[in-house]
Design a protein around this ligand. Sequence first.
Ligand code: FES
Length: 77
Amino acid sequence: FLPKKKKQRDSLINLKIQKENPKVVNEIDIEDLNSASVCYCRCWRSKTFPVCDRSHLKHNELTGDNVGPLILKKKIL
Ligand code: FES
């Protein structure tokens, strides 16, 4: 039996990104994307959050999780 607070702490997804903010929200204007594709972090471990830096690979290896980035691709006309 774990105290309620300990149980809640163990279920945190975001361990260190912008912890001073009550909610982390990122707004990206698709029109501002400069390259054909951009990868956005969904594992909350990236040192370049919100952009993926491939930290999910280590996280998945250590935990057995299966998370990966959201990839936005721009149509080249
Ligand atoms: Fe988080 Fe890649 S670093 S999804």
